[in-house]
Design a protein around this ligand. Structure first.
Ligand SMILES: [Zn+2]
Length: 60
């Protein structure tokens, strides 16, 4: 199938104005204060939610 009518330059560019990527969202860890992804374990301390904490491998 082909589009029955050619899109103008403005229609193409107006549509593409919504396609930009957004920066990944970060929230502050309530346990250690570093930035982490929401609904994910903290990379620094392993905190997930009250009562659940994952072991984090130390890199040295
Ligand atoms: Zn943390």
């Amino acid at each position: 199938m082909l589009p029955c009518q050619r899109k103008t330059r403005t229609q193409t560019r107006t549509g593409r104005a919504h396609q930009a990527l957004k920066a990944p969202h970060g929230v502050q860890c309530p346990n250690c204060g570093s930035v982490k992804f929401p609904h994910a374990a903290c990379r620094e301390c392993g905190y997930v939610r009250p009562g659940l904490k994952l072991a984090v491998a130390k890199e040295d």
